[in-house]
Ligand binder design. Structure first.
Ligand SMILES: [Zn+2]
Length: 279
């Protein structure tokens, strides 16, 4: 893909598509834990129940031109809708710029991670369709790329970020196994559940999608980011002291999994150089 005009059009389309998908991510994250259908009823204001017109429902822009308020009852609409849509746009664009036409495989993955993070943040639970779904997605993509590359070797060359089926399985076992062990040991020490099954499965999914090294990278990043955020929360919020065992871990695993897609290989190489283990 060398034509700069064509590439610019695809890049712009990636951003728009990412914002549209993220808008749906918001709907899924709100409705699924409440047992509501993700299709019906159409988008409506949760406060006054009024149905949105199509021009109230344009990702990123509608929130801006309505100045963060419902068009009917004028009550505030959370900035989260806008921020998640913006994040989705930038993530899809950044993945396109890094992975070119292979990016859609990872668009699906980061969309699952966004849904999981929002639901975990709100309800402290990670639904199976995110965790088991992510693991199945990783195994399926790796099997599909493996089979396709028997006939067309260029498929595997275009997607070097997809692990082989063996590595995908190993990643699943390593990711879930490590976090399960951490939780098991933690539970023995703290005499209570230390790690949710959803977190264990989510790190397994990271391994299935990106391989065992990615699962390890994600564990380190999520532990660091989670500790910093958890300590900050404990320091500044009294409510957190009561609720501290309910700190969701899924968003930090997701953060690590997304960082892996952009700086994972470089970080591991830099770490190995630092340790004098340059390969
Ligand atoms: Zn309203």
């Amino acid at each position: 893909m060398t034509d700069p005009v064509f590439k610019t059009v695809l890049a712009a389309w990636s951003f728009i598509f990412g914002a549209v998908v993220a808008s749906f991510v918001n709907v899924v994250a709100w409705r699924v834990p409440r047992g509501e259908s993700v299709v019906l009823p159409a988008s409506h204001c949760p406060k006054c129940g009024a149905f949105l017109k199509w021009y109230h429902n344009i990702p990123v822009f509608s929130w801006l031109f309505l100045r963060g308020r419902c068009a009917f009852c004028k009550k505030k609409v959370s900035a989260r809708y806008f921020l998640v849509e913006l994040l989705g746009g930038f993530l899809f664009l950044a993945l396109f710029l890094k992975y070119s036409v292979a990016a859609p495989v990872l668009w699906a993955w980061v969309s699952l991670l966004m849904i999981g993070s929002l639901i975990d943040f709100d309800h402290c639970l990670l639904p199976d369709f995110v965790t088991v779904g992510g693991a199945v997605w990783g195994l399926a993509v790796s099997a599909a790329v493996f089979c396709a590359s028997i006939f067309w070797p260029s498929v595997a060359e275009a997607m070097p970020f997809v692990p082989s089926p063996a590595m995908s399985f190993l990643g699943l076992a390593a990711g879930a196994g490590i976090l399960w062990t951490v939780g098991f040991v933690g539970a023995k020490i703290a005499k209570r559940e230390a790690m949710g099954a959803g977190d264990v499965l989510l790190l397994g999914a990271v391994g299935a999608v990106s391989g065992p090294v990615a699962a390890l990278f994600t564990l380190v990043v999520s532990a660091l980011a989670g500790s910093v955020a958890g300590l900050a929360w404990l320091a500044f919020s009294k409510a957190a002291r009561v609720r501290w065992r309910m700190i969701p871990y899924g968003p930090y695993i997701s953060l690590g999994a997304v960082l892996w897609l952009f700086i994972g290989e470089e970080s591991v190489a830099a770490y190995l150089r630092f340790m004098g283990l340059e390969g």
